[in-house]
Design a protein around this ligand. Structure first.
Ligand code: C2E
Ligand code: MG
Ligand code: MG
Length: 576
């Protein structure tokens, strides 16, 4: 029901209006003066005011002005009821803010019509205001939701990359000078998605986020940056030394498996770190530096970390150049094989060769594998190049067998990456049938890490290789983490004692003991032993004393191109 306030110093006038409007369903209120009218607004909450002009004290013009100046009442329509009907009087009322006027004496028809039309306008205005308020609330809510979407990661409920970048920018602007950006990237997360499915992958990410969150100090930020990448923003970290305990805590936190709904998964992660005092001043730059450091950490292997320093930019650049260069050299066929003789240590007669890769660079000359194999490992280029090596070594072996060297073996190195390549067996079979060699004279050299990375698969794969008569050697033995006790589970034929032991062998010293143990163990397991890197006759003598069967090293020969091998050894082959 609409509420109407009638303001008039004559109570009789109110009675007249009340009578005239009695047929309508209005609630009428009365105020006998301007002051009491203003004072009663909050009580009556009028939808319309009928206002007399000529009143003692505050006149209608002033009342009108005052009400229209109050924000909460300004929209209530005011109809001036007046006997003053000159144009000037009316203009004064309208200027004061009145919405309409009725002349006295009041006529019933005019009063009801004007009241009705003003109330209708009032009602429409109120509907519009409610609608506006609702719209504004919805917009505010949607804006808040969007902000959350932008600033929060949907899966883990951690802050998003956008949030972190903004925080970082604020921090830099505030002039704070000692903080650290620690990016964390899970190792081989794709394997989890690939083998367990994305639902498990998501669960794992939530679990990782939860675990990382526990190491957050008040005020620090932990954000999810992308698929399996997280980032800490840590305050008040002066230098690398101050950061060390945090890093160790995070690395340790990955020691325990992550318990998911139906399984437990072990995961490791690498960290790339940039410190604010090394930064050039942009939040994106700090993140990029941490990324660069991450790349270096990843090169070192699972669970590694690296703090960014300026030199890394150069290293990155060189690395990229090398990658491009290697790609080109594969197309240009710049890779060649050298062969290093392996001899029987007791008789020093030739037992076989190890094929070693060389890169004949158009400007740099002969580049040795230490410089480019790690890069080929990370880019995956080692897989096609490794297959070229294998094929060429097989062809060479066949050629030498045809020239009468029927008893020599050919050893070929196989990288971790090749070993894990699903097409390895098929590729080997293809080359074996193309070259038609007797696989019994082939040896594949793998490192301990190739085995330990995925022992079950390694055992299955080596069994397959051995069923083709191919022999397996463990290269650089003693430098990895293959336990001696583990070896008997593993179908291998030969251990190659790493050069570093042979190098420093002295009577009864530690290396002597290590070599002695490896040889004794090999005898027990009926494995052949090859000592690598023999350079002096003294070393040869020690090894002979210890009963080492085979050896390889500069003392006998450096790795040489096939033609040189032929001219030196093939003529002597009758002696073998
Ligand atoms: P490796 O398989 O342990 O090969 C033996 C390395 O020791 C060779 O280095 C050889 O030249 C070197 N060497 C042999 N005798 C001596 C010695 O008396 N003194 C010294 N100081 N060094 C000696 P190289 O050819 O530079 O190869 C380095 C490594 O690169 C190899 O170690 C192997 O792990 C890898 N590699 C070489 N060719 C290939 C390949 O075709 N495929 C793969 N995956 N890796 C390869
Ligand atoms: Mg080798
Ligand atoms: Mg070796």
């Amino acid at each position: 029901m609409s509420s109407i306030l009638v303001v008039d110093d004559e109570p009789d006038n109110f009675d007249v209006i009340e009578t005239l409007l009695s047929a309508q369903n209005y609630q009428l209120h009365y105020a006998a003066s301007g002051q009491s009218a203003i004072a009663s607004l909050d009580t009556f909450e009028p939808d319309l005011i009928l206002l007399d002009v000529m009143m003692p004290g505050m006149d209608g013009i002033e009342v009108c002005q005052r009400i229209k100046a109050m924000p909460q009442w300004e929209s209530v329509p005011i109809i001036v009821v007046t006997a003053l009907t000159t144009k000037k009087d009316l203009a004064q009322c309208l200027t004061a803010g009145a919405d309409d006027f009725i002349s006295k004496p009041v006529n019933s028809l005019e009063l009801t019509a004007r009241v009705r039309s003003m109330l209708r306008i009032r009602q429409q205005y109120q509907q519009l205001a409610t609608f506006n308020a609702r719209l504004e609330a919805t917009v505010q809510q949607r804006t808040a939701e969007l902000q959350t979407m932008i600033f929060e990661d949907g899966l883990t409920a951690l802050p998003s990359r956008t949030f972190l970048v903004q925080k970082l920018a604020e921090l830099l602007q505030s002039g704070e000078s000692s903080f650290a950006v620690v990016c964390l990237d899970c190792d081989q997360f794709k394997l989890v998605n690939g083998s367990f499915g994305h639902a498990i992958g998501d669960q794992l990410l939530i679990a990782i986020a939860e675990r990382l969150r526990q190491h957050l100090r008040p005020g620090d930020v932990l954000a999810r940056m992308g698929e399996d990448e997280f980032c800490f923003l840590l305050h008040q970290i002066e230098d690398a030394v101050a950061l060390e305990p945090f890093i160790q805590t995070i690395l340790r936190s990955f020691n325990a498996p992550f318990s998911l709904v139906n399984c437990e998964i072990f995961m490791t992660a690498c960290m790339g770190i940039s410190l604010s005092n090394d930064a050039a001043g942009q939040s994106e730059e700090l993140l990029q530096d941490a990324d660069t450091a991450m790349y270096q950490a990843k090169l070192r292997g699972k669970g590694s970390y690296q703090i960014f320093d300026r030199q890394m930019h150069l290293a990155m650049f060189n690395r990229l150049m090398l990658e491009n260069d290697l790609q080109r050299s594969l197309e240009q066929q710049e890779f060649v094989l050298y062969y290093q003789p392996i001899v029987h240590l007791q008789t020093q007669k030739l037992a076989g060769f190890e094929a070693l890769l060389r890169w004949q660079h158009p400007e740099r000359g002969m580049v040795s594998p230490g410089e480019f194999i790690p890069c080929m490992e990370t880019t995956g280029l080692i897989v096609p190049v490794g297959m070229l090596v294998f094929k060429q070594a097989c062809q060479q072996l066949r050629s030498w067998q045809q020239q009468g060297w029927t008893e020599i073996t050919m050893s070929v190195n196989l990288s971790v990456r090749q070993f894990a390549c699903p097409t390895l067996l098929a590729d080997i079979d293809r080359v074996l049938s193309e070259t038609a060699i007797n696989p019994g004279y082939l040896k594949l050299e793998i490192t301990e890490s190739a085995i330990m990375d995925n022992a079950e698969m390694a055992i299955a794969l080596t069994k397959e290789l051995r069923s083709r008569q191919i022999q397996i050697s463990i290269d650089d033995f003693g430098t990895g983490y293959c336990s001696l006790g583990y070896l008997h589970h593993f179908p291998v034929d030969t251990l190659k004692i790493d050069r570093s032991f042979v190098n420093q062998i002295q009577a009864e010293n530690r290396n002597y003991q290590v070599v002695n143990t490896i040889i004794a163990l090999s005898n027990q397991l009926e494995l052949a032993v090859i000592a690598e890197g023999i350079e002096t006759t003294q070393q040869l003598e020690w090894l002979q004393q210890l009963g080492c069967q085979f050896g390889q090293g500069y003392l006998f020969s450096k790795p040489l191109p096939a033609a040189e091998i032929e001219s030196i050894y093939l003529t002597k082959s009758s002696e073998m």
